[in-house]
Design a protein around this ligand. Structure first.
Ligand SMILES: NC(=O)C1=CN([C@@H]2O[C@H](COP(=O)(O)OP(=O)(O)OC[C@H]3O[C@@H](n4cnc5c(N)ncnc54)[C@H](OP(=O)(O)O)[C@@H]3O)[C@@H](O)[C@H]2O)C=CC1
Ligand SMILES: O=C1CO[C@H](CO)[C@@H](O)[C@@H]1O
Length: 347
């Protein structure tokens, strides 16, 4: 039995090689990402591109960014940009990433990498061919607390892994883009991606999928959107996972990972910085103490990993490789198939 938890091995973000970042899509998460880079790293945010010159200028002024561009093509033509952070809505990720790669830029794409597994495959394949980096900014995976969890898993402390249960629910009003069917709305891609990615990472290849969904009526022309989903997955290695996700209620967003010898209990929000507890079969509880924090104090770890990976000459992160991104999207494709959710452009 373990008597002390390991310490995180996550390198100090300020020591990562410095890249020049361009921001594509200056919205809610982009503001937090840039704020986090300025606060916690030496990375340079050199430019921002928006579909509107006014929004680009305003974001540049507010976030202290030297150049602003009207249109994403102008951002991609900027020679002072090494890597593009793509923070447009999910259906735009694929086109934006392929355009950036074609322009010779590295890309860090917000989660989910695309709306389905094929889009993610195409982005990683294009990056490999072009010899540039492509990564998904699944920030959770890069957090120091997840490095401690990784060490516990790798050291076999849990024994054979049996069960993952994870949840992500947030209440949104109907004016949020998450209610827009044209933007692949609904809980799965925004929120459900965290629990599905956790299950895939911990328990590996997903065999069977069973899912149940409930609509959320938008009231706009009677259009119905998926509002919440419960899914169970059988993993090839013998484990099982249960995930729930909703845009109709705030939920605890907790997770547990259970093996035959011990379980990890991660309080909500499990996907953000914070503590967790290892509970072993002999009754010993070991807690990883960490101050809870939100996006601006956590997104930068994924950026620092991208900078190190690029300096190493690799085109994919070792911490969150393309295979994991694609497997998670494939599981979400299969969850959607069970419920009958098809996104625009997929028919
Ligand atoms: N890692 C995390 O914790 C989080 C990640 N995300 C992810 O980031 C992405 C963006 O989310 P969020 O920042 O909340 O979204 P926002 O709507 O706030 O921002 C998206 C930006 O994309 C641009 N855009 C490009 N095409 C469109 C379009 N067709 N419709 C609307 N906007 C468009 C807009 O900028 P402009 O028009 O000025 O170019 C807009 O400001 C999502 O994929 C989401 O999953 C979101 C929240 C948290
Ligand atoms: O990380 C998250 C996933 O996306 C949601 C919708 O934008 C955010 O609210 C949340 O913090």
């Amino acid at each position: 039995m373990l008597r002390h938890l390991p310490s995180p091995r996550t390198p100090e973000p300020t020591s990562a090689p410095v890249l020049r970042w361009g921001i594509m899509g200056p919205g809610w998460i982009a503001q937090r990402f840039v704020g986090g880079l300025h606060k916690h790293t030496r990375q340079r945010v050199t430019a921002v591109g928006s579909r509107s010159a006014g929004r680009a200028d305003e974001f540049a002024r507010r976030m202290n960014i030297p150049s602003s561009h009207e249109g994403y093509d102008a951002l991609l033509a900027d020679p002072d940009v090494d890597i593009v952070y793509i923070s447009t809505p999910h259906p735009q990720h694929h086109g934006c990433a392929l355009a950036a790669i074609a322009a010779g830029k590295h890309v860090l794409v917000e989660k989910p990498m695309g709306i389905n597994a094929i889009q993610a495959q195409e982005i990683f394949a294009a990056a490999r061919t072009a010899g540039v980096f492509a990564g998904e900014a699944m920030w959770t995976r890069f957090l120091p607390k997840f490095d401690v969890i990784r060490q516990i898993l790798d050291d076999g402390v849990l024994g054979t892994r049996r069960t993952v249960v994870a949840d992500h629910g947030e209440y949104f009003t109907t004016d949020h883009r998450i209610y827009d069917p044209a933007l692949a709305g609904g809980p799965l891609l925004d929120l459900g991606t965290y629990p599905v990615a956790l299950a895939q990472w911990v328990l590996g290849e997903i065999g069977q999928v069973a899912a149940f969904g409930r609509p959320a009526t938008t009231g706009v022309d009677g259009v119905e959107l998926n509002g919440q989903i419960a899914a169970t997955m059988g993993h090839a290695g013998g484990g099982q996972s249960l995930i729930t996700t909703t845009i109709l209620a705030d939920t605890p967003t907790t997770a547990f990972v259970a093996g035959e010898n011990a379980y990890l209990s991660v309080p909500g929000p499990f996907y953000q910085p914070g503590p967790f507890t290892l509970v072993q079969r002999d009754g010993e509880h070991l807690t990883h103490e960490e101050e809870p924090a939100q996006h601006e104090d956590g997104l930068h770890f994924s950026a620092a990993d991208a900078a190190r990976t690029i300096a190493d000459g690799a085109t994919e992160s070792r911490i969150h490789p393309g295979a994991d991104v694609i497997a998670t999207l494939d599981a979400m494709d299969r969850i959607r198939a069970e419920i009958g959710i098809v996104f625009p452009g997929e028919r």
